[in-house]
Design a protein around this ligand. Structure first.
Ligand code: FES
Length: 149
């Protein structure tokens, strides 16, 4: 049993209606929903593991992979798309040697795509730990996303 899940559990009764707040607590503790903790949730609230996963996958707020120390969200909204967001994403994937939805081996970067970040005039853009990187070109990728090795 995960020690942290023990703590999270103590605030709940173990009923089915508590699944979402429990998952929210787990995600804020771990940064994502680890599979083995999901199994423990299933036992705790008395529903099958697939049902717990079903609830979690329904809500886009939940993640199933860990985040890197720097979480990169590449905008694929319309303005960024027409400004070459796909090429930027490919360039970042090549540079970081991960695919969208993955995390680098050293846990430094994780990568995902998102809808409009709300700064279309600065397209194409991305957000790194809440900070906007604007007018990104392929040439910027190495500088913006430095690797340790
Ligand atoms: S489409 Fe990328 S910021 Fe709006």
């Amino acid at each position: 049993m995960h020690k942290d899940f023990e703590k999270i559990k103590s605030a709940y009764q173990g009923t089915k209606s508590e699944i979402i707040p429990i998952l929210q607590d787990i995600q804020s503790r771990y940064g994502y929903l680890p599979e083995e903790v999901m199994e423990e949730v299933s036992g705790f609230v008395g529903v099958s593991k697939s049902e717990v996963f079903g609830v979690a996958t329904f809500y886009s707020q939940f993640r199933f992979t860990p985040q890197g120390r720097k979480h990169v969200m590449v905008c694929k909204g319309t303005a960024c798309h027409v400004s070459g967001a796909d090429k930027i994403m490919e360039g970042i994937e090549r540079h970081l040697q991960i695919k969208e939805g993955e995390v680098t081996f050293d846990m430094e970067y994780s990568l995902e795509s998102v809808g409009c970040l709300g700064c279309c005039a600065l397209a194409p853009c991305a957000m790194v730990n809440g900070e906007i990187k604007s007018n990104i070109s392929l040439k910027d990728v190495k500088r913006l996303f430095k690797r340790k090795n």
